[in-house]
Design a protein around this ligand. Sequence first.
Ligand code: NOJ
Length: 486
Amino acid sequence: MTKRFPEGFLWGTATSSFQVEMGRGSPSKDSDWWAWVHDDENIRRKIVSGDTPEDGPGSWELYEEDFRLAKKELGNNAIRISIDWARIFPNPTTGVEVEVTRDEHGDVSHVEVNEGGLRELQGLTDPEAVEGYREILQEAKRRELTVMLTLYHWPIPSWLHDPIACRDDVDSAPLRGWLDQRTIVEFAKYTAYAARAFGDLVDLYATINEARIVGQHGYLSDPPEFPPGLYSPEHFMTVLHHLSIAHVVSYDQVKRWDSTSTSDLGPATVGVVCVLQYFDPADPGNPRDVEAARFVEYLYNEWFLNSITKGDFDVNLDGTIEPHEQRPHMVRGCDFIGVNYYTRWLVKHAVKGGDPRFDYALGPGGGELTDSNWDVYPPGLRHVLNWAYDRYRRPIYVTENGITDSKDERRVGYLLDHLGQLHAAIEDGVPVLGYFHWSLMDNFEWSDGYKMRFGLYNVDRETKERTPTKAVPVYREIASSNTLPE
Ligand code: NOJ
């Protein structure tokens, strides 16, 4: 039976600014991630690959070609891109006065930016960056691509986070990124500005990309991986908590300052992007593995979404929401949930020597492994889509899904199998409204650099030429017919 997707289904690809922009035009050097991947000690200790983003695909200048490929060659009707906070605001916005409300826990609960503040913010931008993003977004619109814009896809300005100082001594570091609620306030200013400056060219906003990964890989990672390379369950929880608040205040700003954009879901549609994974105990017969898997699923898939959609801030992580953990005043909204799905993980009890609940290790499942050693497990996609809808009752976009496959042997199968599962989820009753493949082209895979190739197009690092993989005609056929082949 031919599997048709619903009318108006969005077919797209996803990228992020730091991963694809550089390589042509001016590099964006004023972020924590820039510092992290250029740091000699990180390179020497192999925390990062030694590859650098300035060798990237160059989309800062080559975006016309990218959107041509998306529209003409892939038959897509949508694109997910991000803007780079540090490129837009290379200098501090801390001097711009706003009204900050805190709740009885001392947490930021609202940030009021006014017209005067927005004018001041305008004066602090790099005009070339703002103009560049407007041109990029205009081109996407000219190609009639529905634009999903991610506001925070990981780099934060250097004036807010010094990841090297934090790595070396987090307690005395002055610029502590998401550990510090000042970052939430500055994020509110940045998103207010972005909503005003780009709203006429955006269809859907995603506030934050994969809050949990920012926390897990930055603050719960041993060996270190992402900035600032710490292992501390306590810091991990602080960051997750602060990123929840960041979503809330950012949601407010977009609703307030974007008076033009609209989507089928209403005016100024704002969602969030979460990575949801399928977790199984490594040994289902071992109660400690079973317990660890349950904890990891709660912590990694559920905690953040519970906080932003229900106001349940389970600070002590016991799975029960006590009165002081109920924060209904923090529920503003989340118009859709973006689901990134790649793989399944097996969870094993493993002593770490701190909070015993964090005594676990993750390993790949038993299936075929990708170049990243991730297990290919398509049924997990249907599972997480049902899981997310059953719990949160929001429309869903699959905002990322893809495979590292340098030999170009398995991407086609991966794509077809996952889309089959996505279609099954729609038949189960889950309102999935679109699919964005990660990624349009090979790009800078964070600490791993360029060896992990997620692209539907391979990119020559010298010439920047984009060459199609075997999945291109397959994806074109699916997207342009809105059906999956038998
Ligand atoms: C999720 C992230 O959003 C993206 O930046 C990354 O490249 C892919 N996963 C693949 O790891």
